[in-house]
Write a protein that binds this ligand. Structure first.
Ligand SMILES: Nc1nc2c(ncn2[C@@H]2O[C@H](COP(=O)(O)OP(=O)(O)O)[C@@H](O)[C@H]2O)c(=O)[nH]1
Ligand SMILES: [Mg+2]
Length: 187
């Protein structure tokens, strides 16, 4: 686990995936005290970003993976594939984030194809899909997204919308948790 500094394998972990610019850092920033850089253009965040969030009294670790789970796995070199293997051991769940507005420059179709590749790389790991930037997406895009991804929760992370539902979905998908129950102040 030396490639994943500060990630605690004993805490239930959700790993964020999705193309650059879909809103992963915005989500992490909104639900935890981690302060990943948020920039209006892609390919800026360079390190694995880790945040912790309380869902009810459960402590959940949220990991953002710039440069790893934001590009097709077929294009990765050996070292990057090793990171994937390490991530697979850390993750209890993957949250795949879609930019439903396609403002990040990736079509919904290519985003769906990225999800397929990630799904194939982590057999047995549950993937939840969220349609972010619902505020900026047109009806045609939302319909096409639903056709491609199935019924998914909508969110507008930059506006703080859909974050509570996100946390609830994550908690439900993690199932009975073995991680520590937080008894202190709010994080
Ligand atoms: N309109 C809109 N923009 C968003 C939303 N969420 C994130 N963004 C913007 O999308 C850009 C990329 O977000 P970021 O969190 O850095 O994406 P990341 O590359 O996946 O980490 C930033 O300019 C955000 O402010 C949203 O819900 N609606
Ligand atoms: Mg980011």
């Amino acid at each position: 686990m030396k490639d994943l500094p500060a990630a605690d394998p004993s805490i239930p972990t959700v790993v964020l995936a999705g193309y650059p610019g879909v809103g992963k850092s915005t989500i992490l920033r909104s639900i935890s005290r981690a302060r990943p850089e948020v920039r209006p253009y892609p390919f800026t965040t360079k390190e694995l970003m880790i945040g912790h969030t309380l869902i009810g009294r459960r402590l959940v670790q949220v990991v953002d993976t710039p440069g790893i789970l934001d590009r097709p796995i077929e294009e990765m070199n050996h070292t990057e594939r090793l990171s994937i293997t390490a991530l697979g051991r850390l993750a209890n769940l993957i949250a795949f984030i879609v930019d439903a507005s396609e403002a990040n420059g990736f079509s919904l179709e290519s985003q769906q194809s990225l999800r397929s590749g990630i799904s194939a790389a982590f057999p047995g790991l549950k993937i939840l899909t969220f349609l972010n930037k619902a505020d900026a997406a047109g009806k045609e895009q939302l319909d096409r997204a639903t056709a491609l991804f199935g019924e998914c929760d909508l969110m507008a992370a930059a506006k703080g919308e859909g974050l509570e539902a996100f946390k609830k979905r994550v908690l439900d998908a993690l199932g009975p948790l073995e991680g520590p129950e937080w008894r202190g102040e709010g994080i």
